[in-house]
Design a protein around this ligand. Sequence first.
Ligand SMILES: [Zn+2]
Length: 537
Amino acid sequence: MSALDQARALLPSWVGWAGPATYLLMAALVSALGARLATAIGLAGQGKSAESKEAEPHWTERARLAFPARALSAVCLVVLPAFWAAFAHLWVGPLTLCSPLELGIAAGLAALAGTATMHFRLLRLVLPNPLTLRYWLAGMLTLAIVIRPILPIAVVLALAAPESLWTGAGAAWVASTVALLALAMSGVSLLIARALGLARPPSKRLQAIVAAAAERAGQSPRATFELRWPMVNAAAFPMGGVLVFSDAALRTLEDDELEAIAAHELGHLSEPRSIQALRMVQATLWVPLAAARPIVAAYGVAGYGLAVLAAMAAILWLRRIMRRMEQRADAEAREQVGDGGSLARALEKIYQANAVPAVGWARGTHPHLYDRLIAAGHPPAYPRPKPPSRIRLYVGMLAAMIVTAVLLIAATWAPTYAACGETDDEWPCLVWLTSGYGGSWELGTIGEIRETQGQRSDAIVLYRAAAELAYEPSPDLARLVALLVLAGRCEEAAATAEQLKQQVAHSPGAEEHLTYAQAILASCPLSLSPAPRVEYQ
Ligand SMILES: [Zn+2]
């Protein structure tokens, strides 16, 4: 049992867990608050258009107004958990029962739960079709496992990253990273989704639709799946030759519309090999992001910042190529379904059901709906909508970050206002110890309080733990020598005095403690009875 474990056993059990518990609670609640505030700013003014009841606004206008809030909510979903995970170490002290990494992971999950609750609430408000919590959670799982598996893989890899890449462990990490990303790109994770009941083989209807599209395109997918996913969508995995359709798409779209979408996805399967290779490159750009630990260790935070910027620039450049691939797939679909009417109808229904604006911020892999409809030969009857407000996005993001930072800093500093050592009360020192700031001083002070109360054996344990945490020659060691001499434990006292001597030799400036310790050690074993009271400050 280490000195710290022995000291912890003498203190109330909450000292080991109250700090992390407070932090987790804050991560969940403050994240929810930040996300709620951000989405409220994103949605502000929505009420005005709802008041003018004489004309229900067109779906493109509703989607446009709701979009900044949705974007903010999605940003919060990623940024806030990362933020809370990053600052968890501030709440881990020497007596805390979990490691900084463990608290970081738990805090990230707590913050994710807080922001996800607000995200779900917003989606219920914004999406035209009703959404149950169960269905939404299944959809999120489908998204994480099948559609965007790279994100959870990158998080796991980042946590597992070794200190250096130029070692056996580093090489193994890089190799397994590339292998995992390649697997994710090929759609292999569909096997996991099937086992979880999130993916199933195509119904007779979907089989017939895909077969018809495949015959026209002269290209068949290797496999087709239906996904449990409330988003009206379909996707292709060119590397694995797999097509997937959401169950929501099968409910929302007519047969000819689904066939047009199938033709679009088949268009992705016939992409040239060079594009498939670029898609793989796009995935491997996550490797430098996940290698935060070794890159920071070798090149510092600035080096990691540069790596992130380079990866982002490459990702943005590749997105333009991928956008051209979307246009190519749309063109193939239009060619195969005749006049493009079913493609246009399908696209409009998809965007409407998902409440995605007809004109966005021009940053995704897909062109704007408005332009896709024009390209399909069926320009919309309504005028081109304005893009959603970007200012709301920035203001909302700023508000969420300010609220989070202020509350986190306030809560982190609060325990340091406890006046440890000013009275005979242990409580303020215990509060320090639950935060990440408590340590040697607080343990030594509790030791002194116990000593004055006559609990000398407690004081011995606490001084030893305090000395272990001290950065400089510790007066606690001198106090420890005195108590050990009083207890007649001369050998231990001598060893402790020797330890103090070593410390003083390395960093002078505390010779008085050593002189005192050696003086009292000289009288060991004490022959006086009862033991004299040793006054030492
Ligand atoms: Zn596409």
